[in-house]
Design a protein around this ligand. Structure first.
Ligand code: ATP
Length: 329
């Protein structure tokens, strides 16, 4: 059995990109692996958050994890800051990382753009992410394809530390990226990825969106004036994004969808796509509503934190020992 670890930030607005690019494979991986799924609240505060909203968002993501089919009897589900090992290992890794490599991270460059002085947490984000992964001797990290650079950095850090402090220090993890749907683009600007933080709420489909919001967002989606249905990412990126979403959700190859809509307008495709999305999100929304308001949720997270901590403590002990840290071993 392989160990799987992944995390999602409790920043609200979980969208189709998060689901198709990452979350969906979390569920499948449960079948043959030992899975650990984390709500990375310490990553969330790299951009200042209102405490009450953060608390609510943590429970929202936890409920959504369960609603999409993550089974707490099979997988560990917990909140990052409930396990102290993440912060501890993050510091140890910080001391083996270089400012040069961190300043090359695309996400950091994007998020710190236009600011004279960026928060240090934003800069250290990938090191904390590496700590999350390495803390659990993870083999596989399912993520969206925008996280590739962070996964590569994690591997580099782990190899660097192993070379210096012993090959048994860290297990070298591998990223697992969804083949199709790895990158869902924004509905109003197909040149950027669908994002939680984009201002226009119609730029994304959120998993908990009402049918009318889903319909509106899809009908408004940016396309082009060619009026011909074909898959051409370069010249018709908006349409290609819609076809991609259609294909991933229905599991039909893009070519078949293109054939099916041959001679029909964008309106027909959009209308059907909206219906398909409404239908496929309905069961998730129903089970979300049942779980979100139950007392079970807190108990599941407490139980998850305990299990996660038991694994994390062992890794921290081993790493500290290899580094010659502490006095208690
Ligand atoms: P933000 O847009 O505010 O940076 P985010 O939408 O990227 O946030 P995260 O919590 O950082 O959300 O990501 C959760 C997971 O969803 C990650 O594995 C990430 O790779 C994936 N993901 C995010 N956006 C997309 C997208 N547009 N397409 C595919 N996968 C995505």
């Amino acid at each position: 059995m392989k160990r799987v670890f992944s995390g999602i930030q409790p920043t609200g607005n979980i969208h189709l990109g998060n689901y198709l690019g990452a979350l969906r494979q979390f569920v499948d991986l449960q079948k043959d692996n030992e899975c650990i799924y984390c709500i990375v609240d310490m990553h969330a505060i790299t951009v200042p958050k209102d405490p009450e909203t953060l608390k609510k968002n943590i429970m929202d993501v936890a409920a959504l994890y369960l609603a999409i089919g993550i089974d707490p009897d099979k997988s560990i589900v917990f909140v990052q800051s409930d396990v102290p090992g993440h912060a501890e290992l993050s510091w140890i890794l910080t001391c083996s990382s270089y400012t040069g490599e961190l300043s090359r991270m695309t996400q950091y460059k994007q998020k710190s753009k236009m600011q004279e002085s960026a928060p240090t947490g934003l800069f250290m984000y990938p090191v904390l992410m590496a700590a999350d992964i390495l803390l659990y001797d993870t083999n596989i990290v399912p993520v969206g394809d925008d996280q590739k650079q962070h996964i590569e950095l994690t591997r580099d850090l782990a190899k660097r530390v192993n070379g210096k402090y012993g090959e048994d220090t860290f297990v070298i993890p591998e990223g697992r990226y969804m083949k199709s749907g790895a990158r869902i683009m924004s509905l109003d600007d197909p040149s950027s990825k669908m994002s939680k933080s984009a201002e226009n709420e119609y730029s994304r489909i959120q998993l908990l969106d009402s049918p009318s919001k889903i319909k509106k967002s899809i009908m408004r989606a940016t396309t082009d004036s060619e009026g011909i249905i074909r898959y051409d990412v370069e010249n018709q990126p908006g349409l290609a994004n819609l076809l991609n979403i259609y294909s991933v959700v229905t599991e039909k190859p893009v070519e078949d969808i293109v054939k099916e809509y041959d001679g029909k307008g964008y309106g027909a495709l959009k209308k059907d796509l909206a219906e398909i999305l409404i239908e496929s999100l309905a069961p998730i929304q129903k089970s979300y509503n049942d779980i979100r308001n139950s007392d079970e949720l807190k108990r599941i997270l407490a139980d998850g934190a305990e299990k996660a901590n038991a694994i994390a403590e062992k890794t921290v002990k081993r790493v500290k020992d290899n580094f010659g840290l502490g006095n208690r071993f």
